[in-house]
Design a protein around this ligand. Structure first.
Ligand SMILES: Nc1ncnc2c1ncn2[C@@H]1O[C@H](COP(=O)(O)OP(=O)(O)OP(=O)(O)O)[C@@H](O)[C@H]1O
Length: 237
């Protein structure tokens, strides 16, 4: 149910997505309020990545309505896409860093695209790297970093433009438990600073550690919504 007192950053209504004959999403309706932590869970092939891709418009829904931070995605064309993307930070399992550019430049690109001045870029990039604990890696190239460090760079890149919404697709799946923990702490830090988090994950440890809401997908449909509490997940609706 819609609570009018809460500001919804994502609203999806009856969303379908087909890839040829494969139905990846079948009638998904959900809402994410500003400041929420939401976990998208479900078995392999359930549609988790597709759901995130539709929110940042890497994929277009076959049917249904999607509103992200007030933008109706079926009404925005390629000219407004950069505006949508500026409001979002996206993190992937495989980091997706540019190997031939330094850590600093990987992150600076986001601000350059937004037209920021070099002095501001320097300040913001170094500030985010400090928060991520990898300030001394600014001039290093990504391939010489560990997986955990690369993901910290990817998180830094996702948050440097102060997006209201951070989308993470299995952000800890290729990391050892300690590195996964550090990434979650980092995401928590940015959540505490005001970002909304939507995280697709299989990792139950992450889900039980961060207080949030779980939306479970099965075969492209929402099967269950639950709120995490000190007693684990409590089913809702
Ligand atoms: N580009 C594509 N072309 C064709 N089919 C696709 C494409 N992307 C996803 N699919 C199919 O859509 C369905 C949902 O895939 P999706 O990647 O969203 O699931 P997922 O829950 O993220 O899975 P995983 O946990 O394995 O990453 C699957 O059947 C998948 O094979």
């Amino acid at each position: 149910m819609t609570d009018p007192s809460r500001n919804m950053i994502v609203r999806m209504f009856d969303v379908y997505k087909a890839y040829g004959k494969t139905s990846a999403l079948r009638g998904v309706s959900l809402e994410v309020a500003s400041g929420d932590i939401v976990f998208i869970t479900g078995p392999s092939g359930a549609g988790k990545s597709t759901l995130l891709k539709i929110i940042y418009k890497a994929e277009v829904a076959s049917q249904g309505q999607i509103i992200v931070d007030g933008m109706n995605l079926s009404r925005i064309g390629s000219r407004q896409l950069p505006e949508l993307r500026r409001r979002l930070g996206v993190i992937f399992q495989d980091f997706k860093l540019i190997a031939g550019r330094s850590v600093f430049d990987n992150i600076a690109l986001v601000l350059e695209a937004a037209g920021e001045k070099p002095k501001i870029i320097e300040k913001k990039v170094m500030s985010v790297l400090r928060t991520a604990g990898i300030e001394e890696k600014a001039r290093v190239f990504p391939p010489s970093l560990s997986g955990g460090e690369q993901q910290r760079v990817a998180v830094s890149r996702a948050v440097v433009g102060s997006p209201r919404l951070i989308l993470a697709d299995e952000p800890t799946a290729s990391l050892d438990p300690d590195s996964a923990e550090q990434i979650m702490q980092l995401l928590e830090t940015f959540h505490a600073r005001g970002a909304t988090l939507v995280i697709a994950t299989h990792n139950r440890r992450i889900i039980s550690r961060l207080k949030g809401r779980e939306i479970r997908l099965e075969s492209g449909s929402v099967k269950k919504q639950a709120i995490s509490s000190d007693n684990g997940m409590e089913e809702k609706g």
